[in-house]
Design a protein around this ligand. Structure first.
Ligand code: PRP
Length: 182
């Protein structure tokens, strides 16, 4: 089932970019994307921003948070550009339980940025297990398994240009996706 068409996503990205551009005018912020899910969103966001930014990435190991609710996510690979004294903006595709974003913020805060904010395309507040600040939010989603636009299920579906709710029992290529749709 289609949740967000590519046009809706593009409008959301433009809206976020406009807010970020205003707040960070003249700042040369360091954007930190959370791999892998944020790679498409980050690529579209920086092009929509149209202002000088620097870009780095972190990778986070997530644990089955349903079975290990109190175990924090762990930083697998950190930034190469020092966040010290920088205006850092974390770019996430989705905040679900919040464990990933919490781990990224804790890690970056220790590296003494001048400011630290979050830009999240999709927020699923009903799933939250740990509170995390969201400074720029694209869309709020219901508690459905979302795929596409960078989000995967078992590494499938990241390539889809729109965002879909995976139906119960769907495992093959998303049958609801048709070329040109979304
Ligand atoms: C997904 C997504 C977020 C995280 C959000 O990443 O990209 O980073 O989960 O979930 P949380 O709020 O419950 O921590 P995933 O672990 O699936 O890795 P991926 O980005 O490489 O797909």
């Amino acid at each position: 089932m289609l949740l967000l068409s590519s046009q809706e996503i593009a409008r959301g990205v433009q809206r976020l970019a406009q807010a970020i551009r205003q707040d960070y005018a003249g700042c040369n912020p360091l954007l930190v994307g959370v791999l892998k899910g944020a790679f498409i969103f980050l690529a579209d966001l920086v092009r929509a921003l149209g202002m000088p930014v620097e870009i780095d990435f972190v990778r986070v190991a997530t644990y089955g948070s349903a079975t290990l609710p109190s175990r924090p996510a762990r930083i697998l690979s950190g930034v190469r550009i020092s966040p010290k004294g920088r205006d850092v903006l974390v770019v996430e595709d989705i905040v679900d339980t919040g464990y990933t974003t919490h781990a990224v913020l804790t890690y970056l805060q220790r590296l003494s940025p001048r400011s630290l904010r979050t830009c999240v395309l999709l927020d699923k507040p009903s799933r939250r297990r740990i509170p995390v600040p969201i400074d720029y939010r694209g869309f709020t989603l219901p508690d459905r398994f979302a795929v596409g636009y960078g989000l995967d299920k078992g590494e499938a579906y990241r390539w889809l240009p729109a965002i879909y709710a995976l139906e119960e029992g769907e495992h093959g290529p998303a049958p609801s996706h048709r070329r040109g749709e979304g």
